[in-house]
Ligand binder design. Structure first.
Ligand SMILES: [Zn+2]
Length: 351
């Protein structure tokens, strides 16, 4: 890895003031799908086992339009590493993930983001408050050592856990992006509405507040509107690319009538395929969120590079991957190009 000196370029807040910023997420799901990460514990052991593949996925997302390379430290925190009996490589996995992301950020001009997330041990008592803070402090410390341009704290179901994450990030001096995970009930676990939680985060100094994961475009948008109306800072929107709806608003609650008895008792997390949003649905979401005034956009668990490219193009951009965006005019049967065989176009009705 090079990790050389990077040229001067705008930071997160300058970019947001100039226009939208895209952050691709969803590394756990993508590597699970590819066969390099186990559903269940969902720990990113691939960072140590196959660093080249992690770098490659970062590159694919940047190629598709992501402005941020988010170090793959999601669930690489002390509690998760303890759970799988690998606490001894906690620091190594974090430093390695940051180094991989830094390489791609430096070569591409994207921003490097450190990442912390829900610990799953927060219970709103003093013991868990201290334990959670310690987890965040060590991870944010490694992100600072790596020269992160910002730190993302994400997928918090507890508003208070998000506030602790924010406090730790602010103490590091890095810009803080904090996104909450809102499940079926449209509140945090302590009962705050998303907009109330985001107002508290804004008051505590968050640079960007919003929602990520859990909900698909259709059930995330109404919550985003309430947040956008009530905070002054930039708002983040990173849905999962699944067709959630009012009766099943989270991807964990989705049920598949065509396959009613999947191994886990529900499609989440390994049988969600038939619910996947196509790229055009992500483009529609992007335009709707942008029209609400939301400038920090991305896609979470389930995202593929084609979703990120659709998001970028919906914002009027042409990332390198746009070179290969669909052009059906030369399709042998469905195309319109005059050089194509007329007989094939007639036969197209039978395809
Ligand atoms: Zn997610």
């Amino acid at each position: 890895m090079q990790n050389g000196t990077r040229p001067e370029r705008p930071g997160l807040l300058e970019r947001l003031d100039a226009g939208p910023v895209i952050c691709a997420e969803g590394y756990l799901f993508e590597f699970e799908r590819r066969g390099y990460l186990q559903a269940g514990a969902f720990v990113p052991e691939i960072v140590l086992a196959h660093p080249d593949l992690v770098a490659q996925l970062h590159r694919e997302f940047v190629h598709a339009g992501s402005d941020i390379v988010e170090a793959f430290t999601y669930y690489a925190h002390r509690e998760k590493m303890r759970l799988i009996g690998k606490e001894d490589v906690l620091e190594e996995i974090n430093r390695q993930a940051l180094a991989i992301a830094k390489d791609v950020a430096y070569e591409s001009g994207a921003l490097l983001a450190g990442n912390i997330c829900n610990t799953n041990i927060f219970t709103a008592d003093d013991h868990s408050r201290h334990a959670v803070r310690a987890i965040f402090e060590e991870q944010v410390g490694w992100a600072v050592d790596a020269g992160a341009d910002l730190v993302i704290g994400e997928t918090f179901s507890w508003g208070e856990e998000a506030l602790i994450a924010l406090d730790v990030i602010k103490a590091s001096g890095k810009p803080a992006v904090i996104t909450l995970a809102i499940h079926q009930e449209p509140t945090t676990r302590e009962g705050w509405t998303p907009e109330e939680a985001c107002r508290r985060l804004e008051a505590a100094g968050a640079d960007v507040v919003g929602l990520n994961c859990i909900r698909g475009p259709k059930t995330l948008l109404p919550l985003l509107k309430s947040i956008r109306d009530r905070v002054s800072v930039h708002v983040a929107a990173l849905p999962v690319p699944y067709r959630t709806h009012d009766a099943q608003p989270s991807f964990q609650s989705l049920l598949d009538p065509a396959y009613p008895d999947p191994p886990n008792g529900r499609p989440f997390p390994t049988a969600l395929d038939p619910f996947t949003c196509n790229r055009y649905e992500i483009a529609d979401f992007t335009r709707e969120a942008y029209d609400l005034g939301i400038r920090y956009l991305g896609v979470c668990c389930g995202a593929g590079p084609h979703h990120i490219r659709a998001m970028a193009e919906a914002l009027g951009r042409t990332p390198p991957a746009s070179r290969y965006s669909a052009d059906m005019s030369k399709h042998a049967f469905l195309g319109t190009d005059p050089s194509l065989k007329q007989e094939n176009r007639v036969y197209a009705r039978k395809l």
